[in-house]
Design a protein around this ligand. Structure first.
Ligand SMILES: *Cc1c(COP(=O)(O)O)cnc(C)c1O
Length: 391
């Protein structure tokens, strides 16, 4: 028995060694400063292009003030789940503000986007139903699909003809098409209007995961639905609040019967503690900044154009993306890691994204831009990349 346990520990160490030898081993960076464009790590300052803090709100003085005020007003912990006694008036006010902002009748807060996706998919679908999913969707959508026990069919990235063939032969009563609205490792935008048209034709629901579009795309940052000017009771909209919104959490916006179904049946909603109300208080403030400060989105557009000019002469190519996610495809895992390390030696942080997060042979630098970057910051990255390209 005891020998068996020793052997199991040895197996874990062996698996880790294999992962290391394939250059797939992940190590965490430890920040010693708030999340911002210039961060402190092991006492050194780095210019960072890693975060999802697209609007530069994660360390905003007004939001810090709102968080302190929220703590004084509501305490630090929710103390219970939403269905027991953890649902505070400020959670409720935020849900109403988010519904109004995104143009849906109702919205429901979740602790994280991962949990929101799990909640929606498992509450709405069961054995006998079918899920259609883009191959490059975020892991949280895939995990949710597996847990739901519905049939899980994937289509090639953005291949609507393939999706249509799959929908046309499907006999399930309930069908749901799910997609990243902005793809997290590619930065491209799903053609939501065409997807919606297919869903209408084949009587399916459309689940949009707008983790990277909310706050960034659409009029006043209302997200991908606003970007495409679409609206339909078939749409189930999920967005996160820890990325462009700069704080933490997520929400689902949809029709009242969908939201009520989630409150009754979404296990990741029912069986977990509500987020600290102070976060909702902070997010109400964040929402006003998203809505009012157009200059943050204008700055992002300017930075994307600047980056494209800076990397034009490199032999590596940026993927076609208009969003602040700008992936520079390198190819091999070793090379992507080497370039990321060489940038770090020059005081620049850009993460290498490797399989299985992205397909084999497409390891990349995921450059993410923030409204807090300056064009000088982007020029510095461009100079470093050109130096590394020529060696
Ligand atoms: C980050 C992300 C999530 C998960 O959101 P969290 O709030 O971080 O759990 C879900 N979907 C996509 C596409 C994401 O990028």
């Amino acid at each position: 028995m005891l020998n068996d346990f020793i052997e199991q520990r040895e197996q874990l160490r062996e698996q880790l060694r294999v992962r290391e030898s394939k250059k797939l081993y992940r190590r965490r960076l430890t920040l010693e400063s708030p999340q911002q464009t210039h961060v402190l790590m092991a006492g050194c300052e780095y210019l960072a292009f890693c975060s999802n803090d697209y609007l530069g709100l994660a360390n905003h003085p007004g939001l810090i003030e709102a968080a302190c005020e929220g703590a004084r007003q509501y305490g630090v912990g929710a103390g219970a789940s939403h269905l027991i006694s953890g649902h505070s008036s400020v959670h409720h006010a935020l849900e109403e503000a988010l519904a109004h902002f995104t143009g849906f009748p109702r919205a429901l807060l979740f602790s994280t986007g991962y949990m929101a996706n799990a909640g929606v998919i498992t509450a709405l679908l069961d054995r006998g139903d079918t899920i259609f999913a883009d191959k490059l969707n975020h892991a949280s959508l895939n995990d949710a699909a597996l847990v739901s026990r519905a049939r899980f069919i994937r289509y090639s990235h953005l291949d609507l003809a393939m999706l249509e063939r799959q929908l046309a032969v499907c006999q399930s009563r309930r069908k749901l098409v799910m997609t990243d609205a902005v793809f997290s490792m590619d930065g491209d935008v799903a053609p939501a209007a065409s997807l919606l048209a297919l869903c209408e034709k084949y009587d399916a629901w459309l689940m949009l995961d707008d983790a990277h579009g909310f706050g960034v795309l659409g009029s006043q940052g209302r997200g991908t639905v606003s970007h495409f000017h679409i609206s339909s009771p078939r749409i189930i909209y999920m967005a996160t609040l820890g990325k462009a919104a700069g704080v933490f959490g997520a929400f689902v916006a949809a029709q009242p019967e969908v939201i009520e179904t989630l409150i009754q049946h979404a296990r990741s909603y029912v069986y977990t503690t509500a987020t600290p109300p102070l976060l909702s208080h902070t997010l109400l403030k964040s929402l006003t900044l998203i809505e009012d400060e157009e200059w943050r989105r204008e700055r992002l557009t300017q930075l994307v154009a600047c980056l494209k000019r800076e990397v034009q002469s490199l032999h590596w190519r940026l993927l076609p993306s208009v969003t602040p996610i700008q992936p520079l495809v390198i190819g091999g895992n070793d090379e992507a890691l080497e370039i990321s390390n060489a940038l770090r030696e020059r005081g620049l942080l850009v993460p290498a994204i490797r399989p299985p997060t992205v397909p084999q042979g497409s390891a990349r630098l995921r450059i993410s831009l923030s409204a807090s970057h300056s064009t000088d910051d982007v020029a510095r990255l461009g100079t470093a990349l050109r130096e590394l390209d020529s060696v």
